[in-house]
Design a binder for this molecule. Structure first.
Ligand SMILES: CC(C)(COP(=O)(O)OP(=O)(O)OC[C@H]1O[C@@H](n2cnc3c(N)ncnc32)[C@H](O)[C@@H]1OP(=O)(O)O)[C@@H](O)C(=O)NCCC(=O)NCCS
Length: 169
């Protein structure tokens, strides 16, 4: 589903003063491609046994999938009075994949703010839980991120753990 909304019709969701989300479309494949061609980013996502960057078709298929399973957003931050797309996140009950595709923005609390916002959104739309699918053992940044938000280990997986946040307790 191509979405060619006029510029003025794009909806933005403010997460913090300098962070916002906008619904992703397949037009974002071009924007996201460099993130998924950076092996340092890719090694932490669903590509443990993959040693080549994603190509355009793979990113496109991934976005088609993410747009189907939940609410897929592009994360933007304000820098020098311009909004920059720096990553993506998808809210669904079965998984909440998040990628800050530009490494220079890691460790600044951006993912934490985005996930806090989406946890509230999940509550508002009646989710009873959110699962985080396999987080690799070596992804200490992601493990501490999800733990600090209250996610608990659900089960061990081949290369890490699956986590869950209960929203009905
Ligand atoms: C994992 C990722 C989304 C985290 O995003 P981020 O914006 O860098 O994370 P934040 O700055 O919001 O940090 C959130 C938490 O991560 C932890 N963290 C941050 N920097 C860290 C570091 N260098 N080492 C270990 N933990 C770290 C902290 O616990 C922090 O929580 P706190 O505020 O309670 O201290 C980002 O690094 C990324 O996109 N990595 C590649 C893709 C990926 O791993 N995605 C997740 C797959 S499961």
């Amino acid at each position: 589903m191509e979405n060619n909304l006029p510029f003025s019709d794009i909806k933005y969701y403010p997460v913090a003063d300098n962070i916002r989300l906008r619904p992703a479309t397949l037009n974002d494949v071009e924007i996201a491609l460099p993130w998924y061609q950076d092996m340092e980013v890719l090694k932490y996502t669903a590509a443990i046994e993959r040693d080549t960057p994603y190509d355009r078709e793979t990113v496109r298929s991934m976005y088609q999938y993410l747009l189907k399973i939940g609410e897929c957003y592009i994360i933007e931050i304000e820098k020098d009075s311009t909004w920059l797309p720096i990553g993506d996140v998808t809210l669904s009950e079965e998984t909440i994949p998040i990628v800050i595709g530009r490494k220079e923005f890691w460790g600044r609390g951006i993912a934490k703010n985005v996930l806090l916002y989406l946890i509230q959104r999940a509550k508002d739309i009646g989710y009873t839980r959110i699962k985080a699918q396999e987080i690799y053992d070596f992804n200490t940044r992601s493990l501490s991120l999800f733990r600090s938000l209250g996610f608990k280990e659900l089960q061990k997986t081949e290369h890490g753990i699956e986590m869950e946040l209960r929203l009905d307790e």
